[in-house]
Design a protein. Structure first.
Length: 244
């Protein structure tokens, strides 16, 4: 873990957000991807977006000086097996409960308003693709990856027979991260198509509900992917390297 005295500019985006999740909202406001793009340095992310790194650092320091209104959990301190369970029980559950809602809203809005707004038909296809992709991805994680991450934890506790299982998990992490990139690309296209999930004047209630739900879904997906890419997967890789 990098020391907290290291300047933000020299740390990775994912590490900065992992230390305090409130910073994710700041990166989002500046248009910086902190989940799939969490492996690059803050200075590099700013350069790519044309943002003065000093401006972003001021925002991050200001957020750090403000006390949190609620007692936020710190997943960085959790055991990896507990973190895997948390992801399943909170984020996978959210995705499974809300994908059918999104699909129903998107289908209805495209059917009613699609003839006049062809981008809505494309949006419905994006939602369908996102649903198919995430359902398969979560099944792979829950049946293949997460049990093997738990095996790594057992190996650290002395069950060295579980180490070979952990090796398989580490070998599959790149594929899971590629899946995250695909989901992120679909969400970015949805955001672009909808003008940042901003319904037009006169939009019906279902149309407005669809855009609001998409924005909520994107927020959850960002945290979901951040927990996996920047904490669970990196932690599993370090754990295997230390146990092997």
């Amino acid at each position: 873990m990098q020391a907290r005295t290291t300047p933000f500019a020299d740390r990775t985006v994912g590490d900065v957000v992992a230390e305090d999740y409130r910073r994710g909202a700041i990166f989002k406001r500046f248009g910086i991807d902190f989940c799939c793009g969490g492996g690059i340095k803050v200075s590099t992310a700013c350069e790519r977006r044309g943002i003065p790194v000093e401006e972003l650092e001021r925002e991050l320091l200001d957020a750090a000086s403000r006390p949190s209104r609620t007692a936020e959990p710190n997943p960085r301190d959790w055991e990896l097996d507990f973190l895997a369970d948390y992801i399943v029980n909170v984020h996978h559950r959210y995705v499974r409960e809300n994908l059918p809602v999104l699909e129903a809203f998107a289908s209805k809005v495209a059917k009613v308003h699609g003839p006049a707004r062809p981008e809505l038909a494309r949006l419905a296809l994006i939602v369908d693709a996102l649903s198919t992709h995430l359902v398969r991805h979560m099944e792979d994680e829950e049946t293949l990856i997460f049990p093997l991450v738990r095996a790594l934890v057992r190996a650290r506790r002395g069950d060295y027979e579980a180490l070979d299982e952990g090796r398989i998990a580490c070998g599959s992490i790149a594929e899971m991260e590629d899946d995250h990139e695909r989901a992120g690309a679909l969400m970015r296209e949805a955001r672009e198509l909808t003008g940042g999930f901003s319904p037009p004047e006169g939009a019906c209630n279902t149309w407005r509900a669809l855009y609001a739900k998409l924005e909520e879904f994107e927020d959850d997906l960002h945290r979901h992917v951040h927990l996996e890419n920047n904490l669970l997967f990196t932690g599993a890789t370090r754990l295997f390297a230390g146990a092997a």
